[in-house]
Write a protein that binds this ligand. Structure first.
Ligand code: NAP
Length: 303
């Protein structure tokens, strides 16, 4: 049986090994960054989701792969990682891997108040998230799926005033929630919204994005790959020739560049459990995003 200390030493060495080829060799161009409207703080445009991918419990093989995913993410100077207390073991796994790597200060951790009602339950869940994520501060605390929104946003604001949270937000993940999300944005003016957007789910273009630009609310995009389903639609097809115009070598890069094309979008958080997909996704944060003609061509390619 491996002792915990040996495990930590081995994993630190493994993580360092994942960094070395990137830091010692020719370094790729830096990721584009965009400003959080309420503060001006800049965030790299490619983030990381943890739903599914980080829900691996104590599985050592899966954790080893995620350690490399995280190593590549950090080596590219990416920082935004989104999780939730209700993604089974994701907060625990993320907390362990970040602590092992000793990289908490350079990451922007976003979690949620999720499925709880009332102030006390919200505060208790937050305290648990701090313990599970092995940190004393959360960068972004979001009210998940518009549940008990007014009360939970109040909790998030109270924690922000106490210095335990840096930004507040509200989230959803389906088009049918966009109108309610827009109303809550106008009423509560959170620092961030997190919402779904892809070439086949363009609902936020109608109200959410213009409102975010007007009100100065940062926009985090989830489900840019429709939870992976977009890849089935293009299976076996090469990327279009025009992809080279924006330096994209994969469909994933085109989907992420699509999500990042509207200037009101701040960051996109694709989830992956695979180091090679992490590298692929990071590359989308370099070079130009899509112009109107390229966006239309991508939408047409998926029709
Ligand atoms: N209500 C909410 O607030 C809410 C709801 C949904 C999601 N979210 C957040 O948003 C994040 C992203 O959404 P999501 O996890 O639903 O789905 P997603 O990011 O749209 O898709 C993830 C899927 O794409 C695959 N993938 C990733 N990179 C790839 C690549 N380069 N090439 C091929 N396949 C690739 C992943 O498989 P591999 O592991 O094999 O790479 C995974 O199956 C979540 O993890 C979560 O943090 C929030």
């Amino acid at each position: 049986m491996t002792h915990r200390r040996d495990f930590l030493v081995n994993t630190s060495v493994a993580l360092l090994a994942t960094w070395l080829p990137v830091t010692a060799g020719a370094r790729p161009a830096p990721l584009e960054t965009r400003a959080i409207p309420v503060s001006g703080e800049r965030l790299p445009v490619i983030g990381l989701g943890t739903s599914g991918s980080f829900e691996v419990g104590d599985n050592a093989t899966a954790r080893a792969r995620l350690r490399t995913v995280l190593g590549r993410f950090i080596a590219a100077d990416a920082s935004v990682i989104d999780t939730a207390p209700t993604y089974t073991s994701a907060e625990d796994v993320l907390g362990d891997l970040v602590a092992e790597a000793g990289q908490r200060p350079r990451l922007f951790l976003a979690t949620k108040l999720s499925g709880v009602a009332g102030r006390e339950a919200g505060l208790a869940q937050f305290a648990d998230s701090l313990r599970r994520l092995r940190t004393d501060r959360i960068d972004l605390l979001q009210v998940h799926n518009l549940y008990d929104t007014a009360t939970q946003l109040e909790v998030a604001r109270e924690l922000k005033a106490d210095g335990k949270v840096r930004y507040t937000g509200i989230t959803h993940y389906v088009e049918s929630a966009h109108d309610e999300l827009a109303e809550l944005m106008s009423r509560h003016k959170p620092d961030f919204v997190q919402i779904n957007y892809s070439p086949v789910s363009r609902g936020i273009e109608r109200r959410v994005l213009p409102l975010a630009a007007d009100l100065g609310i940062a926009v985090m995009i989830n489900r840019a790959f429709e939870d992976g389903r977009l890849f089935t639609r293009v299976a076996g097809r090469p990327v279009p020739e025009w992809a080279a115009e924006v330096g994209a070598k994969s469909w994933a890069q085109l989907f992420l560049k699509f999500a990042l094309s509207p200037p009101a979008v701040t960051v996109v958080i694709p989830a992956t459990s695979k180091p090679r997909n992490m590298r692929d996704n990071l590359h989308a944060g370099r070079g130009p995003m899509l112009d109107a003609r390229q966006r239309d061509a991508l939408v047409a390619a998926l029709a």
